[in-house]
Design a protein around this ligand. Sequence first.
Ligand code: NAG
Ligand code: NAG
Ligand code: NAG
Ligand code: NAG
Ligand code: NAG
Ligand code: NAG
Ligand code: NAG
Ligand code: NAG
Ligand code: NAG
Ligand code: NAG
Ligand code: NAG
Ligand code: NAG
Length: 780
Amino acid sequence: MVKPCFHVSSISSFLCFLFVTGFFVKSLVSLPFPRLDQIDILMALKNEFQILKCDYSKSKSWTRKDVKSFDGVKFDNETGVVTELVLFGACLSGSLSANSSLFRLHHLRYLDLSFNYFDSFSFLPELTKLTNLEFLDLSYMGLAGEIPTSFSSLNRLTELRLSNNELIGSFSPLYNLSKLSSLYLSDNHFSGNVPCSLLTLPLLFDLDLSQNHLTDSLETMNCSSSSKLATLDLSYNRLCGRILEPLSKLTSLKYLYLISQNTTDPINFVSLGFKSLEELDLSGTAISRLSIGSPNLGMLLLNNCSINEFPTFIKNLRNLDHLEVADNRLKGEVPKWLWSLPSLNVLSLSHNFLDSFEGSPKNILLNSSLVTLDLNSNAFRGSLPIISPRFIYMIASNNSFTGDIPLSLCNQSYLSVLDLSHNNFSGSIPWCPISSSLQYMDLRNNNLTGRLPDIFDKSGSLITLDVSHNQITGKLPRSLTNLKNIQFVNVESNRIVDTFPFWLKDLPNLKVIVLRSNMFHGPIYSPQHPLSFPQLRMVDISRNKFTGRLPHDYFVNWSKPLISIPREERGPQYVGYNYSSGYHPSMYLRNKGINMELEKILETYTEIDFSENKFEGQIPESIGLLKSLIVLNLSSNDFTGHIPSSWANLTRLESLDLSQNQLSGKIPQELATLSFLDYINVSHNKLTGQIPQGTQIGGQPKSSFEGNLNLCGPPLEEGCFGDKASSTPETQEPEPPKQEQVLNWKAAAIGYGPGVLFGLAIAQVLYLYKPVLFFKLFRL
Ligand SMILES: *[C@@H]1O[C@H](CO)[C@@H](O)[C@H](O)[C@H]1NC(C)=O
Ligand SMILES: *[C@@H]1O[C@H](CO)[C@@H](O)[C@H](O)[C@H]1NC(C)=O
Ligand SMILES: *[C@@H]1O[C@H](CO)[C@@H](O)[C@H](O)[C@H]1NC(C)=O
Ligand SMILES: *[C@@H]1O[C@H](CO)[C@@H](O)[C@H](O)[C@H]1NC(C)=O
Ligand SMILES: *[C@@H]1O[C@H](CO)[C@@H](O)[C@H](O)[C@H]1NC(C)=O
Ligand SMILES: *[C@@H]1O[C@H](CO)[C@@H](O)[C@H](O)[C@H]1NC(C)=O
Ligand SMILES: *[C@@H]1O[C@H](CO)[C@@H](O)[C@H](O)[C@H]1NC(C)=O
Ligand SMILES: *[C@@H]1O[C@H](CO)[C@@H](O)[C@H](O)[C@H]1NC(C)=O
Ligand SMILES: *[C@@H]1O[C@H](CO)[C@@H](O)[C@H](O)[C@H]1NC(C)=O
Ligand SMILES: *[C@@H]1O[C@H](CO)[C@@H](O)[C@H](O)[C@H]1NC(C)=O
Ligand SMILES: *[C@@H]1O[C@H](CO)[C@@H](O)[C@H](O)[C@H]1NC(C)=O
Ligand SMILES: *[C@@H]1O[C@H](CO)[C@@H](O)[C@H](O)[C@H]1NC(C)=O
């Protein structure tokens, strides 16, 4: 809600001013200029704080010599006084004293101090010295206590923001602010009634009181109808419905939000008022009855409101454009009248118990004005209704639809999301070119047969294709190579008979490929088709019939994201995420010996699963290059030879399964250095010697090492021959603390820069010295 505002334009007008005055100082006296006394005040203000502008803004802090540097300050272009000051997130801390220079900026009209944390709030009453203030933002400041009574003299304020603080007590200091048009008081500790005097401030247009502890007690309010209030947010309070009657008299009210009221009794929302209401969100608030008189209602959100039946007043909402009734207890038929609402575009019925459509179900959606329909997780049976050609999102997942996927889907030129997953569709996927607008196609968990048709032409914009858990046969269609945007392909658990799709490497955005549980066969290595995937992070080709050896350099250029450490992203990013619909693919994964479902797939998640095939020969040494690998499963193959010792670089590895192979020799010591590795399974091989000791390996169950030729040491009960004498020097050293270990390896990675040998030498040094010393050495 709080937006930064740095007024670049004022800065550039300064530049212009400087340039011009350089030539015409005498002739252009009326041009904007910062008054010197104002600069003095700003410099004094700056000196009150150690920091001014921290990481939020990259600009330099204010300096007297450079007008450009007064970031966040706006001077009046005629008088040169400071009129705006934006210190949003400037990391001001300590205290703002009563005699602070800030209060000498008498001409301030706009002041934003949000996202700063002061020790004391004794300065608050001083703000009234700034009698010209029209805009004041004090949100996210940890303000505690009551709104100072002196605020009542800030009577020029048009906008006041006090959100996300710890304010309590009365709103009465605000009743005098007769020019106020926007007031934000959300996420505080206000309790008691919502006073009429607040709702009816003469010019108040937008009021946010959400996330407080407000109640509506027995005495009803008597609000005058002269209020201008258009937007009122009372979400996340403890209102129980008594407030509705007075609210219904606010004749200008257009947007009302009453999300998640913490009340025990359902609200009876029946009122003849609310004549102007355009948007109403009651999600999360239990409702007993609902009826609103407004003919203008365009958006009605009733998710999770404990509703048992469709409120019939909706029939009369000629302007309703967006209706959500998800997560309720609706059951039986969807009433016919819903489809004839003339303006309805978006409808969500997901997570109810609906099973059929009233009337002639097949054509029911054909004439409706809908473009988005969400039927997810209901009990719908029978065939899928034909949808109108205007549809953009069609979500029918997790129902019991049967029959063929309707051919009419071929005619959808705007469809972007098609999710028919978790149903009982049968027959084959229609052979028609898929619409160039389709981005997300999910048909998993049905009973589809026949082959995946060759329907993907160059105009396609598909990002996600999931046909997993069906009975699809034949080969993978080569036209998939046309899908330059595709990120996610999942054909798990079908009956596809094909060789390894080497051509997938031509898909520039492919991030996840799952071929698990099919009848793919033959080698995955070919000297004619060297593999180099530009974006691949997760590959699961397990449970097929792949064969052959992998050369030791197999992974050298295999996938860029697996070889490089991922960049730190701001917030999580997900594979195939569709911003406009909120849609993202999900997948099953075998990780740490458990089958799990990844609901969303983090861009930084990585996996290689080659298990349950017929690979033979050595595990390629180049596996050690896959620095960002998190899950590796090579179990149930015929790999022979030693476990390569190149693990030191795989510092992100969490799960390693090499069980059920023919591996021999010792378990490399390097595995014990991987600090994130918390699942390891090397059981049922021909390994010998001592199990390397380290915190991670020590925590593994015995079963992870069972069924080998001659392994010894914990967690197995077998002691090693000549136990103490034969143990390596490393195992005698106490394990270094985890944090230091991570640091060591980071440092070693820097060391690799100049040359591997040098790097290895450094790594040796590291083992013996503390990191601090290393950094000293390295700087020399
Ligand atoms: C000062 O700025 C206002 C708007 O910001 C503009 O209307 C006015 O013309 C400007 N005056 C001068 C002298 O530049
Ligand atoms: C404010 O007053 C205190 C004493 O009350 C003084 O130490 C401080 O320097 C003054 N600060 C300014 C900016 O005048
Ligand atoms: C309310 O505002 C009026 C003028 O608008 C002023 O005279 C009065 O003192 C103010 N009341 C308070 C409590 O500040
Ligand atoms: C509400 O206000 C009206 C007029 O302003 C007045 O006639 C009526 O008595 C008031 N009702 C209550 C319960 O205060
Ligand atoms: C609901 O209100 C009760 C007190 O009335 C409180 O204890 C509880 O934490 C509230 N629950 C939520 C989710 O705010
Ligand atoms: C529905 O609302 C209740 C509280 O009224 C809450 O506990 C629950 O998590 C909500 N369910 C969903 C699916 O949002
Ligand atoms: C759709 O509309 C057309 C004409 O507007 C009408 O003839 C037809 O019967 C309607 N179909 C359905 C299923 O309502
Ligand atoms: C499918 O729907 C059932 C109820 O109909 C629900 O319990 C289940 O969680 C849903 N599954 C998914 C994957 O949404
Ligand atoms: C799918 O159909 C089969 C028989 O046709 C039935 O046994 C099965 O329960 C159905 N599955 C679902 C999820 O409706
Ligand atoms: C697709 O649309 C065309 C004309 O718009 C129509 O002739 C054809 O029958 C439609 N095909 C399907 C499968 O609905
Ligand atoms: C899938 O379809 C086949 C026939 O095409 C049928 O025999 C089988 O029962 C179906 N399976 C399910 C789970 O519906
Ligand atoms: C670790 O990575 C570096 C560079 O990425 C590489 O040169 C080195 O050979 C790798 N080490 C091992 C043991 O694979």
